[in-house]
Design a protein around this ligand. Structure first.
Ligand SMILES: [Zn+2]
Length: 100
């Protein structure tokens, strides 16, 4: 089994990347740190969401918010939350994220 390192922010992109690596039978090592990531676009997010769902990703366990509260609940108003919400809408699926 090949080994790989996945940078994991807990958001859509990295969680889906981890699911893809696991689906391709990589032995995954997740590494997390704050690197000031910005979301790309709603269409890209929608494509990522569709691919992740096809791999069984549970997006209720991810967060994209830049200003989540101390319990880790997304604000629903920042740029990342809006992009995320619009990504789910573009993908045609219900956003499972819990917002404040
Ligand atoms: Zn937010």
């Amino acid at each position: 089994m090949s080994k790989t390192v996945v940078l994991l922010s807990g958001g859509l992109d990295s969680t889906t990347t981890l699911a893809i690596a696991k689906s391709q039978k990589f032995d995954c090592y997740a590494l997390s740190f704050d690197y000031g990531q910005k979301q790309r676009s709603e269409l890209v997010s929608a494509q990522i969401i569709k691919q992740g769902l096809s791999l069984g990703v549970d997006y209720s366990q991810t967060i994209s918010c830049y200003q989540a509260n101390k319990k880790g609940v997304a604000c629903g108003e920042c740029d990342a939350c809006v992009l995320r919400q619009n990504g789910f809408t573009q993908a045609g699926v219900v956003d499972p994220t819990k917002y404040q």
